[in-house]
Design a protein around this ligand. Sequence first.
Ligand SMILES: [Zn+2]
Length: 123
Amino acid sequence: MGIVSSKLRNSAKGEICTFAIPGICNHDPETTVLCHIRDEAKGLSNKANDYSAAFGCYACHTAIDQHRLSKEDELFYSLRAMQRTWAVWVSRGLIVMPVDVPRSKPSSKIAARRHIASGETIR
Ligand SMILES: [Zn+2]
């Protein structure tokens, strides 16, 4: 059995569809559920892990589950949807990621100066 998280599953309620497959998506958040994307946990009777999933409307979910798209399109839309869903989960703290604090880079347009007394480089 894959990893199950009721918080991740419940987070899909009322969300916009992250698959947004042109010509298929119904763009109705009322139909959005957590759509599992095939992963290594998925066997004959197992569902994929809950983190291998994306917010999807009924129409996109059906199209993915029934393999109505080419393999390339299915992979593209599934990966994009999962990345969009992960962005939401990380921003809400549902998945915690040790993100680096951005450091300001010294501008290459400003020439380094030296301190008059110590001779140290000043940026
Ligand atoms: Zn959709």
